[in-house]
Design a protein around this ligand. Structure first.
Ligand SMILES: [Zn+2]
Length: 181
C-alpha cells in the first residue's frame, strides 16, 4: 500500500490516471492496471529479456508468446472475457491494438455516468483477473472458464455501485446487464 501511495502521488499528470484511479476503484486492481499500462508486470517476454529461462508461451491460450499486449488484448482467452465486458456495456467494437484499447478506455471511461464508471471499473477488474488467472495456472490452480472470470468481474464492484448514494439506475440497460437492478 505504501508503494501504491508513492506512485499515486508522484505521477499525477499521466493522462490515463483518472481511468486507473477513478472513484470506486479497488486499489489492488488499480495497482495491477497501473503496472499493465507501464508494461512493468513480469510477463514472459520481459523475463526472457532479463535472461530468465522460462517457457514463453502464454498459459491462457497455449499458442502465442506472452507479452503485455498479448495477455491483455490479443490473447483469445482474454478477448472472450473482454468481449463479454463490452457487450454488457452495450458496445460492439474491435480494437486494433492494445494502444487502441487504452485509447478507447480513456474516452469511454471519462466522466461520471454509469457507463463510464462501469467501463473504468470493469477494465481494472479485467486486468486484475487476467493476471490472477495467468498466475493461478502457472501455480497449477484449476483453470477458470472465460465466463467464470467475467462473473468475477461482474460481481466485484456490484456492491460498491449499489452502495453509492450518487448512483441511481432507473431503466438502465447497462445496469440490468451488470445485475444492478
Ligand atoms: Zn494467450
Amino acid at each position: 500500500m505504501i508503494v501504491w501511495e508513492v506512485i499515486r502521488h508522484k505521477q499525477p499528470k499521466v493522462q490515463w490516471h483518472r481511468t486507473v484511479l477513478g472513484a470506486l476503484s479497488i486499489p489492488k486492481q488499480s495497482f495491477i492496471t497501473w503496472l499493465v499500462v507501464l508494461n512493468r508486470l513480469p510477463t514472459k517476454d520481459r523475463m526472457l529479456k532479463w535472461g530468465c529461462q522460462v517457457e514463453a508461451t502464454c498459459i491462457l491460450c497455449g499458442i502465442e508468446l506472452e507479452s503485455r499486449d498479448h495477455l491483455f488484448w490479443a490473447c483469445s482467452y482474454s478477448r472472450r472475457v473482454w468481449g463479454m465486458v463490452v457487450q454488457a456495456c452495450g458496445v460492439q467494437l474491435l480494437h486494433n491494438s492494445w494502444d487502441d484499447l487504452l485509447g478507447w478506455i480513456q474516452r469511454a471511461g471519462k466522466g461520471k455516468t454509469l457507463k463510464a464508471t462501469i467501463v473504468r471499473l470493469a477494465w481494472n477488474s479485467f486486468n486484475y483477473y487476467v493476471w490472477m488467472e495467468r498466475n493461478g495456472r502457472l501455480h497449477q490452480k484449476e483453470p477458470k472458464l472465460d465466463a467464470e472470470v467475467f462473473d468475477l468481474i461482474k460481481h466485484d464492484f456490484k456492491w460498491r455501485l449499489l452502495g453509492c448514494r450518487r448512483c441511481s439506475f432507473p431503466g438502465s440497460c447497462i445496469a440490468e446487464a451488470w445485475g444492478l437492478q
